[in-house]
Design a protein around this ligand. Structure first.
Ligand SMILES: Cc1cc2nc3c(=O)[nH]c(=O)nc-3n(C[C@H](O)[C@H](O)[C@H](O)COP(=O)(O)OP(=O)(O)OC[C@H]3O[C@@H](n4cnc5c(N)ncnc54)[C@H](O)[C@@H]3O)c2cc1C
Length: 372
């Protein structure tokens, strides 16, 4: 049976869009590589975050803000369908500042961002709080922290539960998921598109490349740019600790089961998803500076994962002009934007209005000539 949509990539971006399409009654098949592929969706921090997004690109700030407003309903919908607790909380978050100059730049940037669009002026809420004031939100905060920006729009979830819930919801809607099925090539054919894998071929009327870093190879086959590069992030996790009422920060957060998830390194190291002692000790030092009580905590695991970064850091949503019906989707905030991907983005694809509706995020902004 030919599907309406073939999605290449079963990470959080592919599955969120797949969920939106399948919920609309579209026949969807997902082809996914195996566990040795680069998979950001299995190695991230689980923040549903707005602060800092779209500095210099107000459309991205607006998108992040709107996505965060729809996250609670999205989480409730997925949980009702699957009975999987995504552990989503949106009670606000704090981005820490370690000294006065960082605090000054942050406040200047956010004030400027807020003035850059009417939507942000009306709806983007934030406040700078000094260390003393932050104690309410972050009890136990270390003496050397200068302060931080608080925003009610930020939150966090369990990203692995999110991915599992998306897979379960898609399965319940009849989606076909093919694991360990690497796509070697994509090409147009009589009734749509053909994906060649080592063992067989798959066909669909339309095709969506949501392959993370795999877009670099696949997207150009359909006249799409797939202009992304890997940026490594290293993460540490502590043993379970007594639960404290603390808001999440991009630097670290306590998970629902009590462990502290620490890390936000940004390293240009190519396709190396390993860890380094140097970075791990930096992260641990900083965590103890933020919460001195973490000095007693034992680390139980560390890992590296690769972000999928576009040249300006904002999402890349492309529709092929050479091959109508082919799309490429990339972003480095796939958790934060999941609700948007499952709702408005899936809708725009169904209606074939992706570039018209979300032109600010098209590949044209990079002036990359489409090749085939
Ligand atoms: C350390 C770190 C921390 C992060 N923290 C956050 C955060 O707190 N909040 C947030 O919003 N975002 C965060 N991110 C970013 C987030 O994880 C990504 O935006 C998101 O996971 C991207 O999802 P994806 O589906 O596009 O890519 P991936 O998860 O990489 O999935 C791509 C899929 O495509 C498949 N694939 C690739 N090539 C092929 C092929 N040829 N054939 C078949 N399948 C293929 C792969 O197997 C994979 O399953 C973080 C990322 C990192 C690395």
């Amino acid at each position: 049976m030919q599907s309406d949509f073939l999605i290449i990539g079963g990470g959080v971006v592919g599955m969120a869009v797949a969920y939106g399409l399948a919920r609309d009654g579209q026949r969807v098949s997902v082809l996914d590589e195996s566990d040795d592929a680069f998979r950001a969706s299995r190695g991230n921090a689980g923040l549903t975050w707005v602060q800092g997004k779209g500095l210099g690109m107000p459309h991205y700030a607006e998108l992040s803000l709107d996505a965060s407003l729809t996250w609670p309903a999205f989480a409730a919908e997925l949980e009702a369908r699957t009975a999987i607790d995504i552990e989503h909380e949106c009670r606000g978050g704090v981005d820490l500042c370690f000294d006065a100059s960082e605090a000054k730049v942050r406040q200047r940037d956010y004030a400027k961002l807020q003035l850059s669009s009417r939507h942000l002026a009306q709806h983007f809420r934030w406040e700078y709080l000094d260390r003393q004031a932050l104690q309410t939100y972050l009890p136990g905060l270390g003496e050397s922290i200068h302060g931080g920006t608080w925003s009610p729009h930020d939150g966090h979830c369990n990203p692995l539960h999110l991915l599992r819930a998306l897979h379960a919801a898609c399965r319940s809607l009849g989606l076909e998921y093919h694991a360990s099925t690497p796509v070697l090539s994509l090409s147009p054919c009589l009734n749509g598109f053909r994906a060649a894998t080592p063992d067989s071929e798959f066909h669909a009327e339309r095709v969506i490349v949501a392959a993370g870093l795999g877009a670099r190879n696949l997207a150009p086959m359909l006249g799409l740019s797939g202009t992304v590069r890997p940026v490594r992030g290293q993460m540490l996790v502590t043993e379970r600790m007594p639960r404290v009422e603390q808001l999440p920060t991009p630097q670290l957060r306590q998970t629902a089961t009590g462990g502290y998830l620490i890390g936000d390194t940004h390293e240009e190291v190519g396709f190396d998803k390993g860890v380094s002692l140097e970075m791990m000790s930096c992260l641990a030092d900083r965590a103890v500076r933020i919460y001195p009580f973490l000095r007693q905590a034992r680390l139980i695991r560390a890992w590296g994962a690769l972000r999928i970064m576009t040249p300006d850091g904002a999402p890349l949503y492309e529709a092929s002009s050479r091959y109508p019906g082919a799309y490429n989707l990339n972003c480095h905030s796939g958790i934060s934007l999941a609700a948007f991907h499952a709702n408005e983005l899936a809708r725009a694809i169904i209606d074939d209005r992706l570039e018209e509706r979300w032109s600010a995020f098209s590949g044209a902004r990079f002036n990359v000539p489409a090749h085939c």
